[in-house]
Design a protein around this ligand. Structure first.
Ligand code: OAD
Length: 268
């Protein structure tokens, strides 16, 4: 089946890269952006544009507190799909995990599997050498804020609490306004991060696009870029995407079913 085909591609690849979107975190209880239950059905994207932040930081932050609650309410943890990717990355089977998600769950999963779990690597001298976990957050991290003046980053929780308590907009010790440490609409992706993502896509022999609608740049063009330089592209998504035509295998399954199975097959 198609998961087996992806497993073969990953096993044969010198460089395999995973690229994820909101669908991988949906089973953790983080809502997606598009689709019937998507946050863009309930919120107007324009409220969270960079221009709005610059023009009206007070109104932006008031709305952002609501969005943050809608997206990251309560406890949420990495699921079996995050863990499968983290384990493959740890074992040297994936070069990197690129994500559009700002929930921090790939980093949490990498930290969790990195600790003393030697499954899959024990006794096998041919196993690839695992390096530092490489998680590239293309859109930043919603659990952090950054001062627009001095550039200092801070844990987001307390700053969101301050904003919810009426400090609009919340400000840094230096007097600068805090901004969620994410890429807003109308804001450029950090150049170095984008370049790294593109060069990983180009260098990859296997490129897996997982749980993303693949309609927003650069997501929309990375699978095509990978395919154009010879990668076997795989897509894991419950629905069809505009990049299905470049995929050698499309897996129409829940990520928490497809990815643990992929990990097991790659290790065989
Ligand atoms: P979307 O919400 O656009 O797409 C999520 C995709 O995941 C959809 O194609 C679903 O079919 C799929 N999906 C949902 N649950 C799944 C599951 N359990 N298993 C497999 N697939 C599943 O999210 P993104 O593509 O990540 O940008 O959106 C891209 C960007 O648009 C986001 O990073 C955000 C947004 O505006 C910024 O915030 C800058």
């Amino acid at each position: 089946d198609n998961v087996e085909r992806l497993a073969t591609a990953v096993r044969n690849a010198d460089t395999a890269v995973a690229f994820t979107g909101a669908g991988i975190s949906a089973p953790s209880g983080v809502p997606t952006f598009r689709g019937d239950d998507g946050v863009w059905e309930r919120f107007d994207q324009g409220q969270f544009a960079y221009g709005r932040f610059q023009r009206d930081p007070e109104g932006f932050w008031a709305d952002r507190v609501d969005l943050q609650r809608a997206m990251f309410d309560g406890d949420f943890e990495p699921n079996a799909a995050h863990e499968a990717l983290a384990a493959m990355e740890r074992d040297g089977l994936l070069e990197a995990v690129l994500t559009q998600n700002t929930d921090g769950l790939h980093g949490d999963a990498a930290a969790a599997v990195g600790e003393g779990d030697d499954a899959g690597t024990d006794g096998d001298s041919d196993a690839p050498v695992a390096g530092e976990p490489t998680v590239l957050e293309l859109h930043g991290n919603s659990q952090r804020v950054r001062c627009t003046d001095c550039g200092k980053r801070k844990d987001g929780d307390q700053i969101f609490d301050r904003a919810a308590g009426g400090e609009l907009p919340p400000t840094c010790d230096c007097g600068g306004v805090f901004k969620p440490d994410v890429v807003l609409f109308g804001e450029q992706l950090p150049g170095a991060v984008l370049q790294r993502a593109r060069s990983l896509a180009r260098a990859s022999d296997a490129f897996l696009a997982i749980g993303s609608s693949l309609v927003v740049e650069p997501a929309a063009s990375l699978p095509r870029l990978a395919a154009s330089t010879g990668a076997t592209v795989g897509i894991v998504n419950l629905e069809s995407t505009p990049c299905d035509d470049v995929a050698a295998a499309v897996v129409r399954e829940d990520v928490t079913e497809a990815l643990p199975r992929l990990r097991d097959l790659v290790r065989e």
